[in-house]
Design a protein around this ligand. Sequence first.
Ligand code: M6R
Length: 615
Amino acid sequence: MCGITGYLGGKDAYPVLVDGLKQLEYRGYDSAGVALVSDSGKLNVYKEKGKVSDLEDYIGDKDRSGHVGIAHTRWATHGEPCARNAHPHVSASGRFAIVHNGIIENYSVIKENLERKGYVFSSSTDTEALVQLIDYMSSRQESSDTVSILQAALREVVGAYAIALIDMEHPDCLYAARKSSPLVIGIGDGEFYLASDVNPVASYTEHVIFLEDEEIAQMCCGEPLRIVNLANDECRHEVTTVPKSLGKVQKGGFGHYMLKEIYEQPDCIRDCMRGRVNIEDKTVFMSAVHEHRDRLLSAGRFIIVACGTSWHAGLIGKQLFENLCQIPTEVAYASEFRYSNPVVGSRDVVFAISQSGETADTLAAVELARSKGAFVYGICNAVGSSIPRSTDTGSYIHVGPEIGVASTKAFTGQVTVLTMIALDLAREKHSIADSVYHEIVGELARIPYKMKSALRSDERIAALSGIFTYARNFIYLGRGYSYPVALEGALKLKEISYIHAEGYPAAEMKHGPIALIDEEMPVVIIATRNALYGKVLSNVQEIKARKGRVIAVVSEGDDVISRIADTVIEVPSSLECLDPLLSTIPLQLLAYHIAVCKGKDVDRPRNLAKSVTVE
Ligand code: M6R
């Protein structure tokens, strides 16, 4: 939530800052702003409601000069989205300008104290309380040293923050600090870049440092980077080299990132399996599994924690771990887990699944699980993000940056990684026959090709989507491995088309939701050929008997459900446990095209942000 950029060096800061903000817009896009130390030594602050492009239009040919600056794209927590609440916020004295990602939980106490001291606030944000507190601390210190002022202020703060700060008494410097919100520093030749994730930085330099909790960075012209913590200890950091493949992501000819990412899935899943699945001898090797084999195999149970789409992947993971490995597995929403006083101990293994690696609830669940002695295994996409850095081990899904707010390729990447972990463990545990193991691995290796053929339904789905723009509700049904796919399909539709959609296990329909079915109600049902096919067929008949409009996702060549359903979308046949990797694709496309038909902003749906870094 919220994206931060910062720059200090020989380049013009404005284009670097705005370019970075555009890459971080997935984190929030309800307002944006920039602060620049101009060539004439003045602090210029520009803010506008809306997207980064609205900010650019607003700035037009105003003074954009300067080699030092900070910028922000916002997802509102405290205070409505408007220019007044947009960042940067400037302190009462005009000395400090700040951008902030996170939540200052004790901001109202800080604000009241400062108001009693005469400070006047002009926004409804928690961030303004922080910049005024910094201002107040500066007035109480004899030295004008910004780092010690920041230390004093941040010691008073409860909550999460990643901040970038300009101090007009040191206009050739830039300051940054973090706690529980990510911040990356890029080190160039006589220049520094700051960003909430590595992508904007990687466009300019391969050398990065991930700031740790309660650390403050001082970046000054012609001086080396200095990092200290709140206790004023000097902190040493390894400089990490980030892959060149990171950096600016383009739409590559697609109308939206979401569609591009849906189409990337065959290649992404191939990348995800690269070096892990051996096609020749049909084996899987996950290095983290082998490194921690005994720890994993001796676990009393697995617990999967995640949010949103990653939680849906976790539900599939549970079935994989239980069916293939015979390991009892629970799946919890990270937000519930962290406050449920969970019974977790040293024999448990907790899997934390997160595309961004920054989701606040999942990160807190990881910390809680570790504090209770559990072994924590992260499954993430964003390289170097907070969750992979706080877990005992992990596997990246390697699907590349996902920009569309609606998660697509990350879901199939997560399911692929979970499948590979389950297969590797099952082999080590001898919980499935070798023949079954090789059969599943062989089929897994074919999934990218089959995904390509599943994508061929795109045109048909685009053509039929217009029919459903009338709908105010949708039901999604599936059984077994297809139940989480139904949940995921419903979530995709909700978040980008704003149509209410519910996912259910198909048999649960009779226990309530069937009352909703009439000729107006579209029911999407995943009815691929597997052990439960006959049961799903009965469910389709029950819906048709009540005049529901059935859109069925079926296996290629199905000639039974295709005669009953109103619309069928075929996907290639596969093994039951791998079906989700294919049946998800038409549901992603359906949600996408319905949203486009309704004229919605697919990549930036209202009220949402890609990384939910606040709870
Ligand atoms: O980055 P994470 O995987 O931890 O994010 C979890 C959810 O916020 C995320 O999956 C969200 O539900 C997506 N917008 C769904 O498309």
